[in-house]
Design a protein around this ligand. Structure first.
Ligand code: URA
Length: 252
């Protein structure tokens, strides 16, 4: 990675503002490769050089990738004047500039939302052309049947939108797993309207090959592992196999 100003790196990592970095340097609290630096504007390579802030080694992360189990009632947005957002649920050190939810869930939808500052990865994950499948568990007010499965499999036209063929697997009378690779406005809700049903609950369980960590309670989050960062854009992972789902997901 190219060299960058130390104060810019520290502000980008949400460690200190540029003014704070200047003060830290003057107090002798910044060191690079074992040497105290009294200037915060020196150029360093955060991937190669060892940076200490108040004696603590900086773990540089170019981007953050956070899996959150979104609660109902929270907005999938970066900021909102009136309503709490998924970004508001993060602690300050993870609320870096440029963090956003990659792929919105409706306010009343729960489950897996990816929060990141990596626009390139988000595009790969979201573009319907990339065919990254997302799995949802949907509850509805209709007793589902095989005709509904067939309707989803054929593809659905809703107003001006055409939804690609989608796999549905009925789990019980009113619950089904549905897998789609698009993210059109209220897509699952509109697909269910097309079969005469209203959604009563909706939860995203998987993106690409990465399942929501079932140990995360609503509103909880954790960073993705390096394998999961790859898996989240994995377009080869497709198919609903409820046997491989963590049982907790199907306790409805
Ligand atoms: N489809 C919907 O209708 N809502 C969501 O939140 C996600 C997919």
């Amino acid at each position: 990675m190219a060299e960058e100003r130390l104060d810019k790196i520290l502000s980008g990592q949400n460690i200190a503002t540029r003014t704070e970095s200047k003060k830290l340097a003057l107090k002798g609290m910044l060191a690079v490769n074992g040497k105290i630096t009294k200037r915060s504007d020196i150029k360093v390579d955060p991937e190669k050089d060892e940076i200490l802030v108040k004696g603590v080694k900086l773990i540089y992360k170019k981007h953050l990738y956070i899996m959150m189990n979104k609660p109902s009632g929270v907005l999938s947005a970066s900021k909102d004047k009136n309503t709490e957002t998924v970004i508001d649920l993060l602690p300050k050190e993870l609320r870096r500039e440029g963090m956003f939810p990659a792929g919105r869930l409706d306010k009343d939808t729960t489950g897996f939302v990816l929060l990141t500052d990596d626009g390139e990865l988000a595009h790969k994950m979201l573009s319907p052309k990339k065919h990254v499948y997302k799995l949802y568990l949907a509850g509805c007010d209709k007793i589902l049947n095989n005709d509904d499965v067939m309707t989803f499999a054929k593809g659905i036209t809703s107003g001006e939108d055409v939804f690609m063929p989608a796999e549905m697997k009925i789990i019980s009378d009113n619950f089904a797993l549905v897998e789609i690779c698009e993210g059109k406005f209220h897509q699952i809700k509109r697909m269910f309207h097309a079969i005469g049903a209203d959604i009563t609950s909706l939860k995203r369980l998987r993106i690409g090959s990465v399942f929501l960590d079932d140990s995360l309670g609503e509103g909880e989050f954790r960073e993705l592992t390096s394998d999961e960062i790859i898996g989240i854009t994995d377009s080869s992972f497709k198919g609903i196999n409820s046997d491989t789902l963590p049982p907790a997901f199907l306790s409805i």
